[in-house]
Design a binder for this molecule. Sequence first.
Ligand code: BG6
Length: 488
Amino acid sequence: MKHTEVFQPFNIIVFGGDGDLAFRKIYPALFHRDQDGQFLCPYNIVSITRRNPNELNFNSQLVHFLNESKEKETSTQDIHTFAEKVKLIQIVDASPENFSELVDYLTGFSEYQNIYYFSTPSTAFGPIAKTLKKVGLIRESSKVVLEKPLGYSLESSYEINKEITQAFDDHQIYRIDHYLGKETVQNLMVLRFANNLFERAWDSEHIDNIQITVAETLGVEKRAAYYDNSGALLDMVQNHLLQLLCLVAMEPPHELGADEVRIEKLKVLRALRPITRKTVQQDTVKGQYTRGKIQEEEVQSYLEDIEKFGSKTETFVAIKTYIDNWRWKDVPFYLRTGKRMVKKYSEIVINFKEVRHNIFPSKEKLNNNKLIIRLQPEERIELIQMTKIPGPGGYRYKPIALKLDYIDSFKERFPEAYERLIIDVIRGNQTLFMSQDELQVAWTWIESITSNWKATNQPNILYEAGTWGPGDDVLDDDCSWITKSWRE
Ligand code: BG6
């Protein structure tokens, strides 16, 4: 694609610049946008590390990760040229005297917009923001990108926000949720609001239930310390799954502006029915993986992975919830996510209701229509509809999928979620970023679960790695919705 939009020159300054996320996602995203010719303006990348640069081997690590993300036509020379462009600065802690090298460097580019990317633990966000302000590095054109997790509770997220907003105005803050940058997630809006067909049937009169599933084969990898403090609920549901739910369930905004979309998402979150002490045991299930096999390979249990044998952190969670508003009255939303599942896939399934009356003589069951929005690994939309089996023999029918495979329909490469989101930050478009209000309301709902898990001492149900999570054999009857409504 030929790009014509010219951005204001920028410096992107990555705090936590030698972290996993920076290497795997942030630098490759910038590299691919550069390769694609989208940076028609001058720019600089600064990586901030607490460690001694001489001990980091930064350049070769960067080259390694760029190579991992490279595409066929990328040359080794391009990778090296890009890697050379990244400037490394050590800042051991957030005291102002440690920022002098950064101040000197950025002063040389005073016409550029400064984009501060906070990819550190969120406890560091406040102190860094405060120092940036103190040393005069925040201007009207500056922006800050905040990586999740934004706290561990409603209260801590509130505190972080308070500290950040003492340095940055709301229009400068970009709270990233990379699920919102995924191509198919964005297509959800087009699917819903550009097709009369679907929107007409998008309510409790026509829809029986909605499932949102994010299954991963990965375990906790090198993130044991972080993950053991979060668990599946905070790591995945509080942000990614709730954001997907918002896009599926929100009312059409009157136009596609950041405020308009955020207001509609906020209304959905406000209408989410809280989990109570009475409903927590039948409407939520938490689990933890034990040893098992993924694609023929033996994998360890969660406790072995994190080397902490008393951990009660959940690696699987399933929740049945409702949105108490006019459109979604009594329609269950099933949210599920887990690590070490049989395979990696994320999808949203809209299960429509059965037809009102079966006119066909055989009275064989007519399957419900399903709209399946597959987010990954393949990006695909399927509409399952009943079709007559051709030939004589009366009306025999079976469900057939009408498929729209993105890769087949659009030949070009889809940018990764981070590429799109970083471009939106440079451009100054907040539509795909969460507002603080959304975050607060999401936390309030999440705390209705965590507080009742605590109050009822809800145990983890163990599941073998390489399965779909806790099965019927270990679940109470009340919770059989988990396995019954699982599509695969
Ligand atoms: C991250 C979580 O936000 O999302 C990880 O912290 C998870 O635990 C990842 O693996 C999943 O992202 P994706 O894009 O691979 O589905």
